[in-house]
Write a protein that binds this ligand. Structure first.
Ligand code: GUN
Ligand code: FE
Length: 450
């Protein structure tokens, strides 16, 4: 007796599932069966029944159910809400200058190399594979100003099997490096071309995102055009905001008619529920209210904020304003292409704020786990599709084994799943991420043909 869903059922997984909901930062579902259809969507979640009964009920062979081992669990794939694919070649280096000098000295010369398709293909393949290997099932990427190789990044993400938003960087102003910028007309034309061509590919996992680099690298007419384009096509927007004090002062000089950094983006129609802004360290309460009202979100990039001595974002203050927030690695301002690192650095920053002010409410590992998964999906307005385990959402998931041979974690006692999760978040690495699924397709271990 197969049910309606049984006919298109592709996989059934059985074991412990750990995820976040809006009400519970960590929810543990033990003895749970999750069914996934051929489109990669979750079709049922059943807790506390036996394998034989559920298999019969859904018309699935009990022998084909994938049973998890004793030290294994599934968690949602992680969402990197802000990463520069084009900076991966120098990740782990060049962390000795503040933002504006860092851009001129290290970043622009490297991004300019991405006019070369061979170089772009090599680096983009590396970053997609590395982040997927580290458990990033969705990445929100900055590429470069070059349309052709930005399309290449989209193609690689889709082929390797990572969900992604991909942005062609727009900048028609660059006093520090005049070799790396576009004319205003060029930036507008190439943005239109990029969106049309990427949408035309029909990649199921990859969408375009409008990407003004940040206010200092764009003129007012360009920002206005990008705001209109985002609205007319109902597509995402990403940029940087209020990362470093010198940058905030520069924006005030460049846009004297705007009340604040946030006001620059607001006035140019760039803030909506599909907008994600990286950093946001120095926003005022008024600016956070604008984020809340427009539905724009924040990508918290703690590794980068510390590495470039930019600032320390107070996440609990952002949450008090009910502003959506996720985590980003910000490679290569952040040196680690790993969301597990972003989780740890987010906790460190929160603890540093508590050292400075004991009244500060320190983030818990449960809250930061939620930021890396459900929070990121909300920040990218993709929470109807991904972020946790729910019927109708995509099965984007990590199979974690905390006890792999020669791995980084020792299991010393019989632990409950919440303790196991905490150990993984603090001590684990890619050796513990034994399988990665995106839209129901197993993408790690890699199929070497991809
Ligand atoms: N602001 C403008 N461009 C960048 C960039 O590439 N990295 C970081 N961290 N901040 C920026
Ligand atoms: Fe960035």
């Amino acid at each position: 007796p197969s049910s309606d869903t049984g006919t298109s059922l592709k996989s059934v997984f059985w074991g412990t599932f750990v995820h976040s909901t809006c009400n519970e930062a960590v929810q543990v579902l033990e003895d749970t069966a999750v069914g996934v259809d051929h489109e990669g969507k979750i079709v049922f979640i059943k807790t506390g029944e036996d394998v034989q009964r559920v298999s019969q009920e859904v018309g699935f062979n009990a022998a084909d159910v994938k049973q998890l081992g004793k030290h294994e669990f599934f968690m949602p794939g992680m969402v990197d809400a802000h990463i520069h694919a084009s900076q991966y070649s120098f990740t782990g280096t060049a962390l000795d200058l503040p933002l504006l000098e860092w851009l001129n000295t290290y970043t622009f010369p490297v991004e300019a190399q991405f006019e070369d398709p061979e170089f772009a293909k090599k680096i983009y393949s590396q970053v997609v594979r590395r982040t997927l290997r580290n458990g990033t099932t969705t990445a929100c990427y900055f590429a470069t100003i070059y349309t052709e190789t930005t399309l290449l990044l989209a193609e690689i993400a889709d082929r390797v099997g990572q969900r992604a938003l991909v942005g062609k960087v727009c900048m028609d102003r660059n006093d520090g490096a005049s070799y790396y910028k576009e004319s205003t007309e060029e930036s507008m034309r190439e943005t239109d071309k990029f969106i049309t061509q990427l949408l035309g590919k029909g990649y199921p996992l990859v969408s375009p995102i409008i990407t003004p680099r940040f206010a200092p690298s764009c003129t007012s007419p360009l920002l206005e055009f990008l705001g209109k384009t985002a609205k007319n096509n109902d597509i995402h927007v990403q940029s940087h905001i209020s990362e470093n004090r010198d940058e905030v002062n520069l924006v005030q000089q460049l846009f004297p008619d705007c009340k604040s950094y946030t006001d620059v983006y607001l006035k140019h129609g760039l803030l909506s529920r599909k907008t994600v802004m990286a950093h946001a360290c120095y926003l005022s309460d008024k600016e956070l209210e604008i984020f809340h009202k427009t539905g724009a979100s924040i990508a918290h990039c703690p590794n980068s904020n510390i590495s470039l001595c930019s600032g320390m974002l107070d996440v609990s203050r952002v949450m008090k304003h009910k502003v959506k927030i996720g985590l980003g690695t910000d490679v290569a301002g952040g040196y680690a292409p790993s969301m597990l690192d972003a989780i740890r650095r987010a906790i460190d920053t929160s603890k540093a704020l508590t050292i400075l002010d004991p009244k500060h409410q320190t983030l818990t590992f449960q809250e930061v786990f939620r930021l890396a998964t459900l929070g990121g999906s909300q920040a990218l307005s993709l929470d109807d599709q991904i972020g946790n385990f729910a019927v109708g959402k995509n099965f984007d998931a990590l199979l974690v084994n905390v006890s792999v041979p020669d791995g980084p974690i020792d299991i010393c006692n019989e632990e409950d799943p919440k303790v196991i999760l905490e150990k993984f978040l603090n001590l684990g690495d890619d050796r513990n991420i034994v399988e990665v699924y995106v839209a129901g397709r197993r993408v790690v271990p890699f199929d070497n043909t991809s």
